[in-house]
Write a protein that binds this ligand. Structure first.
Ligand code: TYM
Length: 341
């Protein structure tokens, strides 16, 4: 059976981008057709300046939202990265295979490091090595597929390179995974600046629809979306990124096609209105389920505990195999090894 792995960082409130680019597919498609693991990657949240209490709060909230979005612990595994030591164990081995040059070429590293420097802060070493930990997340489970939004494709490419390199040097150990992207909304853009991705760590939330935004807030944000000076509704991501973004979001929410939807509208106003309502409708059941789950934190904790146990059982043998392959002795001598001495 195909194995799927994906992750999400608890670095901010989850956004419509996270949902349309990744979570929705995990819930609607991946968990039903594959052996799937979905991870709240809390260690990744420590790569930039953070408040420990906020990370704890957002880790719980992110896990709760994954369940609210429809991940079903009876058919998939949901867990916190820091509950499974194998991620960090494997990350170190992969650091011994990755190069400094390839880390510095990562677009997200360049962007986040520049932002951190602009703020007058220093760049943590873990921000540079972060894609290696992400590779470890994936390779520890022998995942075949990694369903992500477009912004993570470069990191999955790196994961493939590291897996191939490790296998060539030390013998076949890892499955070489592939990226799967959604057909529409692989990159939802910021409503106030449609040349930038809608991200959860923005300084201003005006262009970002959060999954827990009230319906009226969603409507306001979408109605105020920056479009362009033209009038005609056309799907042109380069020339008219604002309108194209709205068409992508509408298409993703209604199951349509952005190009054909463009023909249906003759004004930006009506496109915005329908997009806002479509988003409100997509978020409604998720928010209702989220309220129910918040009333039962013990349930969420139980899911995470069981999930970590299942994940550990899968990752442990894989990471042990990698330790042996790279030249590390097992802690307890195996009978065959002591006999050979
Ligand atoms: P993160 O937490 O930034 O995002 C989680 C998922 O949401 C997708 N996404 C988007 N898709 C479309 N439009 C957007 N505006 C948008 N914003 C976010 C992301 O592509 C991602 O699929 N490094 C990863 C987390 C990670 C991971 C992994 C993912 C760590 N280990 C292993 C897959 C496998 C990240 O920062 O995602």
């Amino acid at each position: 059976m195909t194995r799927v792995f994906s992750g999400i960082q608890p670095t901010g409130h989850l956004t419509l981008g996270n949902y349309l680019g990744a979570m929705r597919r995990w819930a609607e498609v991946d968990q039903h057709r594959a052996d799937s693991l979905f991870c709240v990657v809390d260690l990744h949240a420590l790569t930039v300046e953070h408040d420990p209490a906020r990370v704890r709060r957002l880790s719980r909230q992110t896990a709760t939202l994954l369940l609210a979005a429809g991940l079903d612990p009876d058919v998939c595994t949901v867990f916190l990265q820091s509950h499974v030591d194998e991620h960090s164990r494997l990350s170190y081995l992969l650091e011994c295979v990755a190069t400094d040059g390839e880390m510095r070429r990562m677009i997200q590293y360049k962007e986040k490091a520049a932002k951190e420097r602009e703020r007058g802060g220093s760049v943590r070493l873990s921000l540079l090595t972060y894609p290696v930990l992400m590779a470890a997340d994936i390779l520890a489970y022998g995942a075949d597929e990694v369903p992500v939004g477009e912004d993570q494709a470069q990191h999955v490419e790196l994961t493939r390179d590291l897996a191939v390199r490790f296998n060539q040097r030390y013998g076949h150990t890892f499955v070489v995974p592939r990226t799967t992207l959604p057909q529409v909304a692989a990159r939802v853009m910021n409503l106030q600046d449609p040349t930038r991705k809608m991200g959860k760590s923005e300084d201003s939330g005006a262009g970002v629809v959060y999954l827990l935004d009230e319906p009226d807030t969603v409507r306001k944000k979408v109605m105020r979306a920056v479009t362009d000076s033209g009038r005609e509704v056309a799907y042109d991501r380069e020339g008219r990124p604002g309108v194209a973004n709205l068409l992508d979001v509408l298409a993703a929410c209604t199951g349509g096609n952005p190009e054909s939807l463009a023909d249906v509208y003759d004004s930006y106003g009506s496109l915005k209105k329908d997009t806002a309502e479509a988003v409100v409708e997509v978020l409604r059941p998720l928010q209702a389920r989220h309220r129910e789950l918040c009333a039962d934190p013990a349930y969420v904790e139980g899911v995470l505990r069981d999930g970590a146990e299942k994940a550990r059982a899968l990752a442990r043998p894989m990471v042990d195999t990698a330790y042996r392959a790279i030249g590390l002795l097992p802690p307890v001598p195996e009978p065959a090894l002591s006999a050979a001495r």
